[in-house]
Design a binder for this molecule. Structure first.
Ligand SMILES: [Zn+2]
Length: 151
């Protein structure tokens, strides 16, 4: 049985999506345009509620893709914890030492992207300013290009 709505899987990023099958194309969350005539719906229904349920189910079944949602959330909350504690440290040098030590503990090697994530929550200095200050104060060393660890 076919229907107006369907569950499709984005051929670019493997995200399950609810699609209006009367349309020819749709844009995925990854930003790519999907040609709906070329993908085969995994599920079809005339009920948008049923399709929404099927999308949720499909998402919970996506295991092998890079979209490991629970793990991402966990990492984000760990960045959040680092940023929250860092916020209470008034002395900038002490704060940067704390951030560098925690990121090293969390990631072994951390990158400017990790500092960016801390900055997103913490505010204060930009990620590149933090990196410069950390290096100038001898808090971190560059183990490999773009990868840092606390000294
Ligand atoms: Zn996509």
């Amino acid at each position: 049985m076919s229907g107006r709505y369907g569950v499709i899987v984005c051929p670019f990023c493997a995200t399950p999506l609810g699609a209006d099958l009367r349309k020819r194309t749709m844009t995925c969350v990854c930003g790519k345009t999907i040609d709906l005539l070329k993908v085969k719906p995994k599920f079809e229904s005339s009920s948008p509620v049923e399709v929404a349920k099927a999308v949720a189910m499909a998402k919970s079944q996506v295991k092998d893709s890079k979209m490991d949602l629970p793990a991402m959330k966990q990492t984000r909350s760990r960045f959040g914890k680092i940023a929250e504690k860092a916020r209470d440290i008034k002395d900038p040098h002490e704060r940067l030492s704390f951030i560098a030590a925690e990121l090293t503990r969390l990631k072994k090697d951390f990158t400017i992207d990790d500092l960016e994530r801390v900055h997103d929550i913490l505010g204060k200095e930009s990620a590149s300013d933090m990196l410069v200050a950390m290096r100038e104060n001898g808090i971190i060393w560059e183990r490999e290009k773009g990868k840092f660890r606390v000294v």
